[in-house]
Design a protein around this ligand. Sequence first.
Ligand code: FO1
Length: 318
Amino acid sequence: MRIVVLAGGIGGARFLRGLKAAAPDADITVIGNTGDDIHLFGLKVCPDLDTVMYTLGGGINEEQGWGRSDETFKVKEELAAYGVGPEWFGLGDRDFATHIVRTQMLSAGYPLSAVTEALCARWKPGVRLLPMSDDRVETHVAVDDEGERKAIHFQEYWVRLRASVPAHAVVPVGADQAKPAPGVLDAIAEADVVLFPPSNPVVSIGTILAVPGIREAIADAGVPVVGLSPIVGDAPVRGMADKVLAAVGVESTASAVARHYGSGLLDGWLVDSSDEGAVAEVEAAGIRCRAVPLMMTDTDATAAMVREALALAEEVRA
Ligand SMILES: O=c1nc2n(C[C@H](O)[C@H](O)[C@H](O)CO)c3cc(O)ccc3cc-2c(=O)[nH]1
């Protein structure tokens, strides 16, 4: 079975670990969000691609859900000693090697998709990891800072500010000129099912869908598209999705997120058992809906969610 998954960072990576466990023989292609990418110290950092690669490749820092295990921060300390910032983004020594190799290859003219393939040759994530685009897309957030409206990089909003101030707009800068990376549209066209994991619907999955051609390809693929709600009981399970959902005028409920994606895109939607009350509303929007346990507490729990999603896909296909 050919499965295509649109993935962001931590939630997407954890979901994929369950998908590999539930469907070990499936051919899995991950279309990774690159809107979180940031250029620091002359290096290109791709948080969501690296989180998927490290999580599935066995190198992730489990407690954090991002960055490398067994990290040290000597380079970060030395940069700070030179007064070279920013200090708010925690890049470890092992992680720096990934960004150095990536930037070296990009400078040599390799596209991000080729770079990602090369990095995955080491990590062997067991899925095909494609960036959504080889073109530069960086999400910026409009906030009020000292009384003036300004756009800051998503990572500054997310990590330095901890999303503590309202986001007035979330803009994937460059998305409208970006092209799907090689293999993305083919993977979607050849898929038997497309899954939206419980990633951030605005800055992760929303950014992938903002690349012209991707949303249309999924809508026209003619195969079941099933998503899992990142919102449980009117709050994000992890992260601060509610902050960016507000920025795009979507209330922080399992039902609102399904309707935000729309029945033109989504055929099925899983909500948590505690959101049983949302099922009727989602079904009224033309999207098949089931209430099942959605907490990715461990790989087995996540694999059970995956099986529910694949079962709903078959129900929709029938
Ligand atoms: O909350 C944090 N998240 C950090 N993240 C997570 C990152 O902000 C998020 O994973 C995504 O951008 C949102 O999904 C990192 C991810 C990387 O790949 C590399 C470095 C970092 C550093 C931080 C950090 O210092 N604090």
